[in-house]
Design a binder for this molecule. Sequence first.
Ligand code: ATP
Length: 439
Amino acid sequence: MAVTMERIVSLCKRRGFIYQSSEIYGKLNACYDYGPLGVELKRNVKEYWWRSMVYEHENIVGLDAAILMHPRVWEASGHVAGFHDPLVDCKQCKQRFREDEIDPKKWEKRQCPACGTAGSLTEPRQFNLMFKTHMGPVEESASIVYLRPETAQGIYVNYKNVMDSSRLKIPFGIAQIGKAFRNEITPGNFIFRTREFEQMEMQYFVKPGQDEETFEYWKQKRIEYYDKLGIRKEKLRFHQHGPDELAHYAKAAFDIQYEFPIGWKELEGVHNRTDFDLKRHQEYSGKDLTYFDDASRERFTPFIIETSAGVDRTLLTCLVDAYDEEKVENETRVVLRLNPALAPTKAAVFPLVNRDGMPEIAHKITQDLKKEMIVFYDDSGAVGRRYRRQDEAGTPFCITVDSQTLQDDTVTIRERDSMKQNRVPIGGLSAELKKRVGI
Ligand code: ATP
């Protein structure tokens, strides 16, 4: 079944994953809020990444840098001078576009992609994507600061601090998850491209000459990561940046792309940033950012291999990839086949009927399980409907208390994907669920 973006958007709103920002005021474009299920899914996405980077590597440590940084950081990084997109206006319908996103055949005729009028597009103007704000009470140019457009720079300017305080030796990595802001000209496609989003970035510092091998290693590691996350292999591919796509700092760059309903699009970038960033920060700050290698008695500026993924875009990928509709007993069942480790709710507990002591037992099970995982109690409507609600929310297991429970203290566990049920003793529930969820 080919999933459309509309279905994802509608499911997200209906089930409380994602809402449009400031909806009651007519919405704020390209900003989104995560509801009760969305916030859990997002936390799980971040946790999964953090584990794979920080907990599973001896030489990768974490960092949480401030969003606001010294304005010179963005001069050194090249963002003030070069973080531009070519903005084009249609004089006829007043819509705005990125010149590099317009079909070249249309661009040749200066034809508007929206209203179709030929000759209506202006020449491109360079538009800086950084949000500006003021620090302190006086709004003057000296007080301008930027909302960071990427988390990477917070890592570069702290690399010496982290290395010295953690006594790390090259090669090592620093991982960070945090908000980034870009005043995108053409945001859209739900949470695919927004103006406020989160990034998960890992910057790996290596000796020059070992950069190419390390780059290959991380390319491989990152594609394996998506496989473990449960994303279908055939929906993922690499896209190598050609000479005209390559950023000013990069020696090599590969995007990991996913086949979204809107086509193949970037999910993550793996970049060989060379020694560009550290050299620039050294030049602009006047501080020595070189590294002395005790073993070889050499001094050098480390090269950086970056893996940069979007939290929101990963979450969208997980939703799109997990979404399924199937016919069950002549009804359509919508099911989110999420990796159980990512699922917002791990289990739902139902009393079959609201009498004979079943709700009390189900409440007790819920309370006990809640100490270890997110569990949801539901006693409203037919049990079949309750299953369907959990299928849509991606809940991997449903536990039902029925009349046999009253006899022998066993309950049924129903599995989301196969809909198969089996009986387990209440006492063994927690261990059984943890085993199946993988936590
Ligand atoms: P594009 O060319 O599509 O604007 P980019 O190449 O500038 O993207 P990077 O700077 O490499 O993107 O950012 C790394 C990751 O951050 C992307 O792979 C994506 O997952 C995420 N990301 C970047 N911009 C946005 C955005 N506006 N909204 C949501 N996620 C984003």
